[in-house]
Design a protein around this ligand. Structure first.
Ligand SMILES: [Mg+2]
Length: 236
């Protein structure tokens, strides 16, 4: 009988390599703004716009776990500063749509889709992300029971709320679950703090060394089912 019931998955850099997707989305976002709000792009280079966004967060720290809202609100502010006062909300919403759409264009790691399909036969799969990827737009979402984002619960990993939400949904105890993710603090330390098992994904170049708290780690999706089996067979 399987002791493990729930597998929760981080998304960015666990199911796909995030940097190229974000870079493309940032590019599409800026290109859109060049056409829609030329006075803004005359005032802000892509780098200056990024810095403006970071400054906006320093002034509005409450947006930290609401990254979509943060991007919209900070752009709105930059638009106002560029003379688009009357239309800033509309322009910001349209530009965000462009970014958001491009941000969903991810390329899964090799073997990921096949392994997820396989695992979903035996376990309940739930995704937990601090980012704004929308798993429901991807074909692999059919293998997942549910998806949770930090901005929905107002708290990002490593804080407990996302992990606890997954456990609640799966109606299981922490030791009956495994969290799989790449970030040693957010995913590994966070999951271990609530008593879940944790497997560290080391799939991108220069991935962090295996964390002492990680039960196991992998650098090839094909190895994951075997590691889960191993944890399933362990006494606790
Ligand atoms: Mg990640």
């Amino acid at each position: 009988m399987s002791k493990i019931k729930l597998l929760s998955f981080d998304l960015d850099d666990t199911l796909w390599h995030t940097a190229p997707t974000i870079a493309r989305a940032e590019q599409a976002f800026y290109l859109h703004l060049q056409a829609a709000a030329p006075a803004l792009t005359a005032k802000f280079s892509p780098k200056a716009l990024r810095e403006h966004r970071l400054q906006y967060l320093s002034a509005n720290p409450g947006l930290e776990h609401h990254i979509s809202q943060w991007r919209v609100d900070s752009l709105n502010q930059a638009l106002i500063e560029s003379g688009y006062g009357g239309q800033s909300r509309e322009l910001a919403a349209a530009a965000f749509d462009v970014f958001y759409h491009a941000r969903q264009n991810v390329q899964l790691f090799e073997h990921c889709a096949k392994v997820l399909a396989e695992l979903s036969q035996d376990f309940l799969l739930i995704s937990l992300t601090n980012g704004n990827a929308d798993l429901s737009r991807l074909p692999i979402s059919r293998h997942f029971h549910s998806h949770f984002r930090a901005e929905q619960v107002g708290a990002a990993k490593p804080a407990a709320p996302l992990f606890l939400e997954a456990l609640r949904q799966a109606e299981c105890l922490p030791h009956e679950s495994i969290h799989i993710g790449d970030n040693t603090n957010d995913d590994i330390a966070g999951a271990k703090a609530v008593g879940m098992h944790a497997i560290q994904a080391r799939l991108i170049e220069h991935a962090p060394e295996p964390h002492p708290l990680a039960d196991l780690h992998f650098d090839d999706w094909r190895d994951l089912p075997r590691l889960i089996k191993q944890l399933n067979a362990s006494p606790r």
